[in-house]
Design a protein around this ligand. Structure first.
Ligand SMILES: Nc1ncnc2c1ncn2[C@@H]1O[C@H](COP(=O)(O)OP(=O)(O)OP(=O)(O)O)[C@@H](O)[C@H]1O
Ligand SMILES: [Mg+2]
Length: 277
């Protein structure tokens, strides 16, 4: 019994090492160098980020964990080009990122759909803004709605959907421009635990079909480890990276992995880093 477990452990380690080598060989898609961010719009300046470095490989799934208020959303805003850091630089495919780009898709905690537009037209919106002809925009939007399991709901309005379905529309809308990088800020945070679990699984299936580079923020340790190739833990504000942890669990993953000793050990390490910080 004990030997078998060791054998399993070794098999997992070998797969992880392979995955790690592949990632190290690929040029990083998204690079953040020495990011500092100070908000100066209040009475006193708020230091949100301090010396954050990260390199995300092409096709990598990175999760960022950290306590509330530590600067996770701030970091995603910097990575999206929406906010200029006080110091430091962000590169997307070796190009300096200084403003929002169509090559970066964003999904936030709230779906932020347009209530007066149908599901289909919510997903076509970014393409309409980009001047893509409507027929082509609709074709692409329908394919994505199918991918996220919402075929048949094209003509519904957001208010007719559950929270989980709305979040899937938001994911389809972010993917419709075929972004190089998908940034997600607690995308399942507003959902109940079971829906959250189901949507995580579903998102892994969607991700496996496209292998977009993903950076996802969460404060759920289990969610981060279940989804990611690598987890970064940020300290309380100002956010600094206090742990970088590879997640060598084989893919495709099912919920059974949550009950393995490998998973428990990773969760313990992440929890320890958060507690220590
Ligand atoms: N526009 C802003 N102006 C001033 N301070 C801000 C602004 N946005 C965020 N902050 C401050 O920066 C810090 C980090 O905020 P941020 O929203 O990045 O945290 P977070 O890790 O995403 O938190 P949560 O987990 O609660 O979403 C907080 O102290 C917050 O008050
Ligand atoms: Mg946040």
């Amino acid at each position: 019994m004990f030997g078998l477990r060791r054998e399993n452990g070794l098999a997992v380690d070998a797969a992880a090492q392979d995955a790690h080598l592949v990632l190290r060989r690929a040029a990083p898609t998204l690079v953040a160098e020495d990011i500092h961010l100070v908000y100066r719009d209040g009475n006193v300046p708020t230091k949100a980020l301090e010396g954050v470095n990260l390199r995300v490989a092409n096709g990598e799934f990175l999760c960022i964990l950290g306590p509330s208020g530590c600067g996770k959303t701030s970091l995603l805003r910097v990575l999206s080009g929406l906010v200029r850091p006080t110091q430091g630089r962000v590169y997307l495919d070796n190009e300096l990122l200084t403003r929002p780009s169509r090559r970066v898709g964003l999904v936030f905690q709230a779906a932020n759909l347009m209530p007066w537009r149908t599901v289909l037209r919510n997903v076509t919106l970014p393409l309409e803004v980009a001047g893509i002809p409507l027929a082509e925009a609709e074709r692409r939007a329908r394919a994505l709605l199918d991918l996220v399991g919402l075929a048949g709901f094209e003509q519904a309005h957001p208010a007719q959907l559950s929270g989980g379905m709305q979040q899937r529309v938001a994911i389809a809308r972010a993917l419709v421009q075929d972004p190089v990088v998908l940034l997600m800020d607690e995308p399942f945070g507003a959902l109940d635990a079971l829906t959250r679990e189901r949507l995580s699984l579903e998102f892994l299936r969607i991700w496996s079909t496209r292998r977009q580079t993903v950076v996802m923020v969460t404060h759920d340790i289990q969610e981060a480890i279940f989804l990611a190739d690598r987890v970064l833990v940020l300290s309380p504000r100002p956010g600094r990276v206090v742990l970088e942890m590879a997640v060598p669990l084989p893919r495709p993953r099912t919920l059974d992995v949550l009950y393995t000793s490998e998973f428990a050990a990773l969760a313990r390490e992440a929890r320890g880093a958060i507690a220590q910080a």
